[in-house]
Design a protein around this ligand. Structure first.
Ligand code: NAD
Length: 294
């Protein structure tokens, strides 16, 4: 909206080189979108399988554009070449922003962010794509919390227009402005939101997932619920949406929300998502969640 636009005006230095940590569902999508919009990006993971998956997702999306005649094969090659898949921090000293997109676990994120902060320049922005974890809490692990903010994309990154830019207690105006400018450069609409567990969108979405879980416990059939919600007008129902998001990520995020709002967000442990998580039914990422994918 208007506010985010006025933020962008305050950005002094454009983002020309980026990096993303984690090449999963979100990291792969962020790498694709940044490269596609002309900002070369390093994509770092801790295992080669992750990198391969991230790259293959990006090339599938690009191939689709070529098939539809919306992109030349040469341009596709150029975009793919601007994603530098890596297992190391080499070259991180030259990037303007790093978006962290590793597992939704506060301790893991704090360790990864603190490590990354040592590899990047003094002025570089560090941003977290966390779904739910408070930015001020994550910032406690950092020496330069003023350069840190949330940059919360939605899934699938290439299709979802919104990015929440989250301002922690110590985030500087400059960091917010540069992150908003990068989101806009990636073709996204940025909104600047306050910091709390779940920020804005997930504060609305988690009670919905919670309501869905309780409905299942009361005996509802998940496929029937999905059909009804689709007929109501939503693009997909809650069970399918959970499979897209990743049940593991959803369960971790649910725990953060329950801890952040203990009086308001009492989760039913042993409800369907937790049981599926224990049985390693993670959704589309491993081809089995509420539904099976072949
Ligand atoms: P994912 O499980 O698909 O991918 C996580 C990746 O991080 C894996 O490839 C893993 O190997 C890698 N990783 C783990 N530790 C690492 C490290 N130290 N350095 C580099 N890479 C490391 O998860 P995801 O769905 O992409 O979620 C990532 C983050 O994005 C989470 O914080 C999640 O809450 C958030 N998020 C997810 C969604 C969604 O719908 N899935 C939406 C918005 C935000």
């Amino acid at each position: 909206g208007k506010k985010a636009k006025s933020w962008e005006k305050k950005s002094d230095k454009a983002i020309e080189r980026a990096a993303v940590l984690g090449a999963g569902i979100m990291g792969g999508g962020i790498a694709y979108q940044s490269a596609y919009k002309g900002v070369p990006i390093k994509m770092k993971d801790i295992n080669q399988d992750g990198l391969d998956l991230g790259l293959s997702e990006a090339s599938k999306l690009l191939a689709k554009r070529v098939e539809r005649g919306r992109m030349t094969p040469a341009k596709m090659g150029e975009v793919l070449n601007s994603i530098d898949a890596t297992l190391s921090y080499d070259g991180f000293e030259d990037v303007d922003i790093v978006v962290e997109a590793v597992v939704e676990n506060p301790k893991v994120k704090q360790a990864v962010l603190a490590e990354t902060e040592q590899k990047i320049g003094e002025d570089a922005i560090l941003a977290s794509n966390t779904s739910t974890i408070s930015i001020s809490h994550l910032a406690k692990a950092l020496k330069r919390p003023e350069n840190f903010c949330g940059m919360h994309f939605f899934n699938p990154v290439h299709a979802m227009p919104l990015v929440e830019v989250i301002r922690g207690e110590k985030t500087s105006d400059k960091a917010v402005a540069r992150t908003v400018a990068y989101a806009n450069k990636m073709g996204k609409k940025a909104v600047v939101v306050k910091d709390c567990p779940g920020f804005l969108v997930n504060r609305v979405l988690f009670p919905y997932f919670d309501g869905f879980s309780k409905l299942l416990r009361d005996g509802a059939d998940f496929q029937a619920v999905d059909k009804v919600m689709e007929r109501w007008g939503w693009p997909m129902g809650p069970a399918y949406l959970m499979d897209v998001v990743g049940i593991d990520t959803g369960v971790h995020a649910g725990e953060v929300m329950a801890e952040g709002f203990p009086d308001r967000m009492k989760l039913d442990f042993k409800a369907a998502p937790e049981v599926m998580f224990e049985n390693q039914r993670f959704g589309q990422k491993n081809n089995i969640g509420f539904y099976e994918y072949v």
